[in-house]
Design a protein around this ligand. Structure first.
Ligand code: COI
Length: 354
């Protein structure tokens, strides 16, 4: 176990917190006072430090800039009703970061380093954790290649950092999505399951084309046939058809979402029928046509539960049932909020209190 003294701390001279309107926070634009940094050199993580949030200085040849050897995570901390700090499932994020790391030839970040850094950073910036319902502190751990070398090989040096930002909802309204049948997010054997920076860069152009047509996001389909649903890029996707919760199985092309797992766990605990399987576009479109598609939503850390109000496919838009009528997604959102705020029992041990 790492000792607190192993992290050197340099505090801000003056906090920026008074400049922030916590009742009106845009997602991902306002950062807390401090950040955590560790550097990987000669096969170990060294120079652990917390310092004021500020710009970085990088060599122009840094391999992350040229070859995108970079991974990240997303998790959230909450203030419970009794004023304590709760982090939601941080060890699941530590584990997933290391799955991504392995795929991208990045050294592992030991779980105790991840947890220790997170706890010390949040203790220092605990005033930044919003207590307004629906708001939270979004935590962004990331690791990137630092070698000053123009050549293709895994870097020898890396940086692990954690920054945090108070946030409200990622999507401010129920989303309109378009089923993507031309471009591909991930193919079997690729990096789709990893939270690799490049996965997101490659998705920008197709998403922008859809946004020009008035959609918020894409529903990605498989690379081979564009026949099976995958994920949405900012979140996993779920459907309720004839009272069964169905979501694409998390194989090598889909991010194994922690919110996805939490939703499936609660649904199973409530006795709902749950299927993790390949699901075709045809099945969902037919269900939208005959009225058996009761709900469609995205599940993700940033997005939480994002109701899907409309699905565009080929040249038709399918409007889904009214949000107020959606029993499962409304119930699961409420249940997760109640666990995070400490109002409901944390039956699955998801909260990590600091
Ligand atoms: C998250 O949900 O944490 C993500 O990383 C998705 C990103 C679009 C904000």
């Amino acid at each position: 176990m790492l000792e607190t003294s192993e992290i050197s701390v340099q505090k801000v001279e003056k906090s920026k917190i008074k400049e922030v309107d916590f009742n009106n926070i845009p997602f991902g634009r306002v950062y807390s006072d401090h950040m955590f940094i560790a550097d990987y050199k000669d096969g170990e993580w060294t120079d652990l430090r917390i310092q004021p949030y500020e710009n970085l200085s990088l060599a122009p040849a840094s391999s992350v800039i040229h070859y995108g050897q970079s991974i990240f995570e997303g998790l959230k901390a909450y203030k419970t009703k009794s004023g304590e700090t709760a982090i939601f499932r941080p060890k699941a994020n530590a584990a997933r970061l290391n799955k991504s790391a392995e795929r991208m030839c990045i050294p592992e970040v030991p779980e105790d380093l991840f947890m220790h850094a997170l706890k010390e950073l949040l203790k220092l910036d605990s005033a930044w954790i919003p207590d307004q319902p629906g708001n939270s502190l979004y935590i962004r751990p990331f690791v990137f290649a630092m070698d000053d070398y123009i050549g293709i090989k895994p870097s020898d040096t890396y940086r692990f950092m954690i920054i945090t930002c108070p946030v409200s909802s990622y999507y401010t309204e129920p989303v309109k999505v378009k089923i993507e049948t031309k471009y591909t997010r991930a193919a079997e054997g690729g990096t789709g399951f990893a939270k690799a920076a490049g996965n997101y860069a490659g998705a920008l152009y197709p998403a922008r084309q859809a946004q020009k047509l008035g959609y918020h996001q894409l529903l990605w389909t498989d690379a081979k046939e564009h026949k099976y649903f995958e994920e949405s890029g900012t979140m996993n996707i779920m459907f309720v058809i004839n009272d069964t919760l169905i979501t694409p199985e998390a194989g090598s092309t889909i991010l194994r979402g922690i919110t996805r797992d939490s939703v499936l766990t609660l649904a199973r605990d409530w006795g709902m029928k749950v299927e993790e399987r390949r699901i075709t576009v045809e099945e969902v479109i037919n269900a939208a046509k005959d009225g058996t598609l009761q709900e469609a939503f995205g599940a993700g850390t940033a997005a939480t539960i994002a109701h899907i109000k409309l699905i565009g496919y080929e040249d038709t838009d399918y409007t889904l049932p009214a949000i107020e009528e959606r029993k499962f997604s409304n119930k699961v959102l409420k249940a997760m909020d109640a666990i995070k705020s400490g109002e409901a029992e944390d039956k699955f041990g998801w909260l990590h209190m600091i």
